[in-house]
Design a protein around this ligand. Structure first.
Ligand code: 5RP
Length: 230
């Protein structure tokens, strides 16, 4: 099974949790997009769901494929969110935001009764942090915010580069909400809970990619098939 087939396998398993009439949070990224494609086939076959997309990119794909969308304000409480992840630890804590959608992804996941993570087995880690942690920051005061993040990292014994995310043309990457992203290459985050809590206390930090106590289940696809972590 190649990487794409594993994503499709995880997405197909997640689809078995979707029921008629559900209000669905729909994630962002290549794995979530495989889910959207499979969901659209079921919708074409008569399944009725309403989706809240976690990014403009996901919204465009849903609209193109005929998945009915609502805003989160129209559907403020969701039954289920299905989304990908960049890293998953044994306690189902995640790093997300590789695709830049972490803020909306976290708001949507928090508004959902359940969040199912879909991923291939390369995303499983013992300790979070090999994947650079995305930290979404307000452009106003970005230098002060960076200094505050560096000071926090140092207090927690973390070190590594903080890179302002850029696009391929070298312009600054802006999120759907008009914010910047600092990618923090800490390497290993021994106390993700403390880091998450203390990042939230820095005023210029809009959100960060540590998703803690949000995922209910992860469907992990490998060459031999899919398994569930909960
Ligand atoms: C986007 C995300 C994605 O879910 C994450 O980056 C995983 O993406 P992919 O399925 O393409 O590996 O958090 O902000």
């Amino acid at each position: 099974m190649d990487a794409r087939e594993m994503k499709i396998k995880a997405a197909a398993e997640a689809l078995t949790h979707v029921e008629d009439g559900m209000r669905l949070g729909i994630g962002t990224g290549s794995t979530a997009e495989e889910f959207v494609r499979l969901l659209a086939e079921r919708v074409a076959g008569g399944l009725k769901v309403e989706g809240v997309p976690t990014s403009e990119r996901t919204a465009r794909l849903c609209l193109e494929l005929g998945v009915q969308l609502r805003s989160l304000d129209e559907l403020p409480q969701l039954d289920l969110t299905i989304d990908g992840a960049d890293e998953i630890d044994p306690q189902l804590r995640l790093i997300k935001g590789g695709g830049g959608a972490l803020l909306r992804e976290k708001i949507v996941a928090a508004a959902s009764n359940r969040m199912i993570v879909i991923a291939d087995e390369t995303k499983i880690v013992d300790t979070l942090g090999a994947f650079p942690l995305p930290i979404e920051i307000n452009p106003f005061g970005q230098v002060s915010t960076r200094i505050a993040v560096e000071a926090l990292a140092s207090r927690l014994g973390l070190s590594g580069a903080l890179d302002l995310r850029k696009r391929s043309d070298d312009s600054l990457y802006m999120t759907d909400g008009g914010h910047l992203i600092l990618d923090a290459s800490f390497g290993r985050i021994p106390d993700a809970d403390a880091l998450a809590e203390q990042l939230n206390a820095i005023p210029g930090v809009v959100e960060h990619g540590l998703f803690i106590n949000l995922a209910s289940l992860a469907i992990i696809a490998g060459p031999a098939g899919a398994r569930v972590m909960e």
